[in-house]
Design a protein around this ligand. Structure first.
Ligand SMILES: Nc1nc2c([nH]c(=O)n2[C@H]2C[C@H](O)[C@@H](COP(=O)(O)OP(=O)(O)OP(=O)(O)O)O2)c(=O)[nH]1
Ligand SMILES: [Mg+2]
Length: 128
């Protein structure tokens, strides 16, 4: 099976996490952490800065790696590095997503996360 290497931003502010709802494609309407596929020649951190510019029109500071999610979808293996991040500038404009919410510790279970994200969400909950 092919492996898809992805980076995701766990954007935190005031104890809340920024969750986004996918606006197109196979996983449309599923909730995720913004980010995307690492391109050839990029470090994971560089890819994440680029993806957040593209998807949210914002500049972030990439902090520590929280987890690397390994998950088998029917059509591919997902390997996703998930970093704690903070917004440095910009207003988080939804360029590709259909919705977004800031979720506190007790609200993390209130959206329909993509299947690969469930373990990660528990880990975030434990650390918030
Ligand atoms: N960004 C992101 N992708 C996730 C998460 N969970 C999860 O299973 N995925 C999957 C969905 C996609 O198959 C893949 C990442 O794709 P993506 O659609 O964000 O990639 P991208 O931004 O580069 O978009 P595209 O140009 O390929 O359409 O990882 C998550 O929390 N965040
Ligand atoms: Mg994306």
């Amino acid at each position: 099976m092919k492996t898809v290497r992805v980076v995701a931003a766990i954007i935190k502010n005031n104890g809340k996490i920024f969750a986004t709802q996918r606006g197109y494609g196979e996983f449309k309407d599923g909730w995720e952490f913004p980010g995307g596929k690492i391109e050839v020649g990029e470090t994971p951190q560089e890819a994440l800065v680029r993806e957040i510019r593209e998807e949210l029109d914002a500049e972030i500071a990439v902090g520590e790696l929280l987890d690397t999610v390994e998950y088998d979808y029917p059509a591919f293996h997902l390997s996703m590095d998930c970093f704690w991040c903070e917004v440095v500038s910009g207003n988080l404009v939804l360029k590709e997503h259909e919705a977004a919410r800031w979720l506190g510790k007790d609200e993390l279970g209130s959206v329909e996360w993509l299947p690969a994200d469930l373990g990660l969400v528990e880990k975030i909950e434990a650390e918030l």
